[in-house]
Design a protein around this ligand. Sequence first.
Ligand code: FAD
Length: 569
Amino acid sequence: MDIINHDILIVGGGGAGLRAAIAISQMSPSLKTAVISKVYPMRSHTVAAEGGSAAVLNDDDTHDLHAYDTIKGSDYLADQDAVEVFVRDATNEVRQIERWGCPWNREEDGTIAARWFGGMSRKRTLHAADKTGFHLLHALFQTSLKFDTLKRYDEWHVCALLVDNGKVGGVLALNTRTGVFSILSAKAVILCTGGVGRMYAFTSNAGIKTADGAALTYRAGGPIKDMEFIQFHPSGLMRTGILITEASRGEGGYLFNKDGKRFLENYAPSKMELAPRDIVSRSIIEEILAGRGFKGTYGSYIHLDLRHLGEAKIMEKLPMVRELCLDFAGMDPVYDPIPIRPTMHYTMGGIHCDKDGKTPMPGLFSAGEAACVSIHGANRLGSNSLTELLVFGARAGRTAVEYVSTAKPVSADKLQSLAKDRMDFIQKRYMKAGNGKEKIGAILSELRKTMDEKVGIYRTEEPLKEAIQIIQKLKERFNKITLTQQSRVFNTELTAAMELDNMLEIAHVIAMCAQVRKESRGGHARKDYPTRNDEQFLHHSLTYQGKDGPRRETFPVTITKWQPEERKY
Ligand SMILES: Cc1cc2nc3c(=O)[nH]c(=O)nc-3n(C[C@H](O)[C@H](O)[C@H](O)COP(=O)(O)OP(=O)(O)OC[C@H]3O[C@@H](n4cnc5c(N)ncnc54)[C@H](O)[C@@H]3O)c2cc1C
């Protein structure tokens, strides 16, 4: 098999991956660095981010306040040393990205504008209207083009990490255009592969978010962390799950039940619509369960009302919200309230790494939504993720540069033999023709239904156990799949099979960790254990692939100066 040699390989062309690539290219232009992405970089999910990116810029704000909001938002599961680094680096990063071309909205006096976001005690969410992700990713992408030495593999799909005795030496990847597999060797691999959203049916996530990074790490023997913590965003557009940004509420939008009441006054009276997402999402579900939702063809919903903001403000600050409503719901938020319900949105957990992006496996680093540093703990505050991509993308890049200055590569012979084993596995598992009866579409639908119904916003023991059993059965059914498409060129059925395999593996971990964590904390809400239990559960979950399924260990939370307290808004 072909071997293409590199020093550092970044898997993922979204915000985290490109920020890492720029950091490496600036620090050490002579290194052979490459970005590999299963879609053209500008199609990464980062492009879909809407509301903004949080950082302290104004005089009435401090890094400690941003840190406190983030830690309280995380329900005290965030590692506080990492949060302190995050809020400090954030200020420089948002200024830097502007110099690279991100057009932050401005106030009348020319200073950078900030808007309110959930759980934040100051206006600190910088934005470019409600297309922040598009502008941010564009600024990173065009900056990355300046570096001649930075190589790209667009539309290449990473299928496995090549690991020799625990040390990462590269990846096995499929060029989807030609159907040819190659070894991409590297002394350091940085996984920036994004989240896991597509294992849920009702989600705001792009089709490419299929848990690849978590599964690659897990199969290679590395730990993944806090996977039970899944964020549901309060405002998914009915029928589609498409995100209506929290900026709608940041700019002054209201949530109403069918009795015309702003019901948040019963759940978070001091923050109202701007309470953190876990709390607002649960409040919406409570209203619906109490029969105070509106009834529609696709289930019950509540109203997000922007009408009082007026057309001019909507067009200036929330043009994409209007566009999405017109295109996907056939209604105009200037004149009518938007029908919404919570949608699966974000993965707080991910590849276990520290604040420098380092995982316990030599040669393996991670950043962005795929990683779990952890700064979000049990619940992420809106607009902290885009900033996280910048801060921890850059840090992981720099750490990798330091690492490769002394690291030895894995030998070519060893890589060939590792890749051969992996190729045999891929051929047997995915590419065999004709003998199985199972279809990937049917298995995927059942997985999504199970995750929505049994591993959703509210969780209880029995449904979680059922979910684990169903996922185990789905894994068995997966052994009998047949691909109908045998072409080498753009065989999207093959890549979909690999993605489904990844999601099944990680769904199993999520359901298992959710069942073991018998408390409620942040986005993990157990009906049968409704309170937080610091005595037994103030720890991270670390999960490894065991012989008969996931094996869970615990890992301590770092607390610096903010002692856990009751979380009230
Ligand atoms: C609709 C929406 C709106 C959002 N709005 C905001 C917001 O306003 N503010 C905020 O802070 N956060 C927001 N978020 C969250 C935030 O946008 C994401 O968490 C973040 O963009 C993830 O960036 P990333 O670089 O980690 O991954 P992504 O941007 O998801 O990129 C992942 C990359 O990995 C590549 N990849 C994955 N698997 C493979 C593989 N097997 N082989 C090769 N390549 C692979 C993909 O091709 C892609 O390039 C939003 C999220 C959504 C879904």
